[in-house]
Design a protein around this ligand. Structure first.
Ligand code: UDX
Length: 456
């Protein structure tokens, strides 16, 4: 470790899909000499933890909820979360400022705009770090600015939405919180509020890279001081010139990854396995889980499916046992996804199109079958299919259900169809661009260096 140049606080939104890209950026900044403290708002107190390989310490602060309350209570009672977490964050920063190495900056997730106000009041340099892509965040921005009225009934009034730098978006392509009177009215306010005080941020970072969403990025760059610093996938998967990344302990995952899956993949031919995973939060309906299981079985390909404990009972009875007995498939509770995607046996990735999964597939050159469920995923899926052309999106019926025939058709198309071959070529090209961006001297790496220079 080089000598510490400065101390930076990170304040991720307390969801795994938002914490992971914060941790990955923290690791990069720590390799460039900064001391890092990650602050996690939680109902559970944990003792501070310091990583030995990085000068990164993780602290929890109280979010106003209690251990017996449902983990999702904080997403419903937003006022309680915001008020309590604001107080805890103010106390934490105030006491950190009295320490031997007082923090200079706060990097916060714009899902919590109150963090910006607090850090400004306490004279910190304030950095908004978007862990979701511009292609979703800017839709929220434009809707907030009144540039587009999302119809109340998206299916009865299926108008196309037009935003600068975007392809035309159908109602199904919009992020799910776009509609004020839709299924997630609270979350609509929550996501559009990201922009309420953004102009006061000293710097804006995003986990994307300039070449990935160039038109959208250009529009954003003309307006705000943006630095794209992604994809913040661990460097060992991207660029051998960067120091080895051995540390997975900070991933804060409650489930131990099942390493035996790599052994299982080792016995499969190249590009023969369908990898299925829906991230850390999505919960498919029982009907959708069954259709997906039957589709995967119907295609006849080998498959690896990461199914969280809470989702397992939705699979058809005997599905796991039969797959394992006949050795055509493996269902694991949690897999080391990056190692899996990097494995030569993987032929395609059936995914909910969460932004981390999308960037990981892209960095490792794996074409996708998109089954987006909510939040930014529909818009990510639109770009995957129509802009980058690195995958297909399954179509759903009026109830939002994708049939087994439709899922199987998409999987076969990606695995062995003519379009699948094109997708593989396209994803290889993006893989190269992603690696260039984050490698030494690439656009994202330079942006990280410029940013570090501002703090030293
Ligand atoms: C959430 C939102 O759903 C997503 O749309 C948003 O862009 C980020 O926040 P999540 O649903 O968890 O994220 O999906 P995703 O962004 O894909 O992140 C999942 C992470 O978990 C990935 O980094 C993936 O590598 C990891 N993972 C998942 C594993 O390591 N093992 C698994 O078995 C499954």
């Amino acid at each position: 470790m080089s000598e510490s140049k400065g101390h930076v606080l990170f304040f991720p939104y307390p969801l795994q899909g938002h914490i992971n890209p914060m941790i990955q950026l923290a690791k990069r900044l720590s390799k460039k000499g900064l001391a890092i403290t990650i602050i996690i708002a939680s109902k559970d107190h944990r003792e501070p933890y310091t990583s030995e390989d990085y000068s990164i310490t993780v602290h929890t602060i109280h979010d106003g909820f209690f251990p017996h309350e449902h983990p999702h209570a904080k997403f419903v009672d937003l006022d309680r979360f915001n008020n309590s977490t604001s107080r805890s964050l103010t106390d934490f920063i105030s006491s950190a400022k009295l320490s031997d190495n007082p923090p200079k900056a706060l990097i916060y997730d714009p899902f919590m705009p109150f963090a910006l106000d607090i850090a400004k009041d306490l004279n910190l340099y304030v950095v908004a770090y978007f862990t979701q892509p511009w292609l979703a965040s800017l839709v929220y921005y434009h809707i907030n600015e009144g540039a587009y009225d999302v119809p109340v009934d998206r299916h009865e009034n299926p108008t196309l939405a037009s935003f600068p730098g975007f392809p035309l978006l159908s109602q199904d392509d919009l992020p799910s919180f776009a509609c004020e009177k839709g299924s997630y009215p609270l979350l609509h306010d929550f996501v559009v509020r990201q922009f309420s005080n953004l102009l006061q941020a000293d710097c804006i970072l995003c986990n994307t890279f300039d070449q990935l969403e160039p038109k959208v990025v250009k529009w954003m760059n003309d307006k705000w001081p943006v630095k794209n610093i992604g994809p913040v996938v661990p460097s060992k998967f991207l660029d051998n010139r960067l120091p080895e990344d051995k540390d997975y302990e900070l991933e804060n995952s409650k489930t131990e990854p099942d390493e035996s899956v790599l052994k299982w993949l080792g016995n499969r031919p190249a590009k023969s396995v369908v990898y299925v995973a829906f991230g850390t939060l999505v919960s498919l309906s029982e009907k959708q889980m069954k259709e997906t299981a039957m589709a995967i079985r119907q295609t006849g390909y080998h498959f690896l499916w990461s199914v969280r404990e809470s989702e397992r009972s939705k699979l058809p009875s005997g599905f796991i046992e039969e797959a394992e007995e006949k050795d055509y498939g493996l269902v694991a509770k949690w897999v080391p996804q990056l190692e899996v995607l990097a494995h030569e046996s993987i032929g395609c990735f059936v995914s909910h199109c969460g932004w981390n999964s999308t960037l990981e597939a892209l960095c490792l050159g794996v074409p996708m079958v998109g089954m987006p469920q909510w939040t930014d995923q529909p818009t990510n899926a639109k770009f995957i299919e129509d802009v980058w052309k690195i995958g297909v999106r399954v179509r759903t019926d009026g109830e939002g259900l994708a049939s087994k025939e439709e899922i199987a058709r998409c999987v076969v198309e990606v695995m062995e169809g003519e379009r699948g071959k094109e997708m593989r070529k396209n994803v290889e090209k993006l893989k190269v661009l992603a690696r260039e961006a984050i490698s030494e001297g690439g656009s994202s790496d330079k942006n990280i260096d410029d940013f570090v220079a501002l703090l030293t």
